[in-house]
Design a protein around this ligand. Structure first.
Ligand code: UDX
Length: 470
């Protein structure tokens, strides 16, 4: 810990016995009394109106706080001020509308900070070419705060490398803001259920160096149905990266087991279900597929590997997890190529483009690799997705987009199910069989029933389950 970093003011948090005032606690489930509610209401500025910032802002407003969300993208703020929501996230629009009295949106950083007691940093931290996290947006926010001596605390929710909090603490101290508390409060929200994850979290991690800030951030979450866990700042920063690494490891493990199943004739659906019944392992995140995508797992696993390597330790397990994931979509395109005896001139229907269902997010989606590989092999690619909006970029500009799964399947030599949209389970597959040139399906999410598909006359391949045909 650097000399300018504040020592914990009277409590030891993760370094020793936790005092009563800040002991891990379950937030009150019953509605707080009106008197308590009044004392708890805070004024918060949230920097960043992306998935995390908007959900954080809306949920804090729902808890009774007054929130100003600031973003640098004019269209985003304009849309919010017109009552729209620039991203798709279930429940978010209703929550914003319900709390509009307590929510403001602005482009003006000074305006956001002026009345605020607490500033939340929810800007993105994309990977740099070296694999490190780009912290320029985080520090751009910290720069804005340098004359905000009225603040009680700065809280970082953005996913950052361990040590970032210390750098921010130093920057605040150098700006004569030693009295402003600092907290790391990482998010563990999954897209598609981000509002639920905020209001009913498995845990709220609060990393601080002083008990006043710990108490303040815990109180800010009063009304949230979840356990608050206190620790020091570096531990909170690593908890976020570690949690995502653990989940990514589970997915790569089950995908490796699926590959062994394919080689030996075992069925991953039975294997994973039975393994997951051991509570030490658990049944969540045990679904074999085309690999994980999205804004968190790929980025955070690479960031943790970079952090570890930069500190002199090559994190070999994580390196394997990442490699398995990168191989997964490519391996399945190869399986399709082998089955068809080559892809040149073949028409492939690519069903689902987003990294998972119930989102419009295409960041690090396996579909991008799959479409790119199919095109590189000379295939013609016909796509369907109900929500994806990839814009005019490759590989999508070299594919065609279709309104319905059936339309995409027209004349196809094969179909790949890339995202497990419910609509794909509801396709009249008997009819699909008649519009396809060759009845071949590679179900990359094990969405459909092999016996049913074989019964309809398909050659049906999936992940880690035996291939069947009529
Ligand atoms: C994830 C974490 O769940 C969340 O806690 C963290 O804060 C951010 O990253 P998200 O990226 O929204 O959230 O998606 P999630 O639902 O967790 O799925 C991530 C990816 O893993 C998806 O591509 C999904 O298809 C894949 N996955 C998930 C599997 O392949 N198998 C599984 O069993 C579970």
């Amino acid at each position: 810990m650097g000399a300018s970093v504040r020592k914990p003011g009277g409590i030891s948090l993760a370094w020793g016995p936790v005092p009563r005032s800040s002991a891990p606690c379950r937030a009150r489930r019953d509605a707080p009394r009106e008197k308590d509610r009044l004392t708890m209401k805070r004024s918060v500025a949230v920097f960043g109106a992306g998935y995390i910032g908007l959900v954080t802002g809306a949920c804090l407003a729902e808890l009774g706080h007054t929130v100003t969300v600031r973003d640098i993208v004019p269209e985003r703020i304009q849309r919010l001020n017109e009552g729209g929501v620039p991203i798709y996230e279930p429940e978010l629009g209703d929550m914003i509308a319900r709390n509009k009295e307590r929510l403001a949106f602005t482009l003006d950083a000074d305006e956001a900070v002026r009345e605020a007691e607490i500033v939340y940093v929810c800007v993105d931290t994309p990977p740099t070419p070296s694999g490190d996290a780009d912290l320029s947006r985080v520090f751009a926010v910290i720069d804005v705060l340098k004359s905000a001596s009225h603040l009680a605390a700065v809280v970082v929710k953005s996913t950052v490398p361990v040590g970032t909090g210390q750098r921010i603490r130093q920057a605040l101290d150098e700006a004569d803001l030693e009295h402003v508390g600092y907290a790391s409060n990482p998010e563990f929200t999954a897209e598609g259920k981000a509002v639920r994850d905020f209001m009913h979290p498995d845990r709220v991690v609060v990393g601080t160096w002083d008990d006043d800030t710990a108490k303040l951030i815990a109180e800010l979450h009063d009304g949230v149905d979840g356990k608050v866990v206190f620790m020091d700042v570096p531990s909170a920063e690593l908890t976020k990266l570690g949690a995502n690494a653990a989940l990514a490891t589970k997915i790569s493990l089950v995908n490796e087991l699926a590959t062994v199943c394919e080689a030996t004739g075992a069925d991953i659906s039975h294997v994973a279900a039975a393994i997951g019944m051991d509570p030490r392992i658990g049944s969540h995140f045990m679904k074999a597929g085309l690999g994980y995508g999205g804004s968190c797992f790929p980025k955070d696993s690479r960031a943790l590997r970079a952090l570890s390597t930069n500190n002199g330790y090559p994190f070999q397990l994580l390196t394997s997890v990442i490699e398995v994931n990168e191989l997964q979509p490519r391996r399945h395109v190869q399986r399709l190529k082998d089955e068809l005896g080559g892809l040149r001139g073949r028409t492939v229907a690519l069903l689902g483009m987003t990294f998972k269902p119930c989102t419009d997010d295409m960041r690090e989606a396996p579909s991008v690799i799959i479409a790119g590989r199919l095109l590189a092999e000379g295939a013609i690619v016909r796509c369907w997705d109900p929500m994806a909006q990839p814009g005019p970029v490759e590989p999508w500009t070299s594919t065609t987009r279709h309104e319905t799964p059936l339309a995409a399947l027209e004349g196809a030599d094969a179909a790949i199910i890339v995202t497990e949209w419910l609509e794909l389970a509801e396709v009249p597959w008997g009819r699909a069989h008649t519009v396809m040139r060759t009845p071949l399906i590679l179900d990359g999410r094990n969405l459909l029933d092999p016996q049913v598909m074989a019964g309809l006359g398909f050659t049906y391949m999936s992940v880690g389950r035996p291939t069947v045909s009529s």
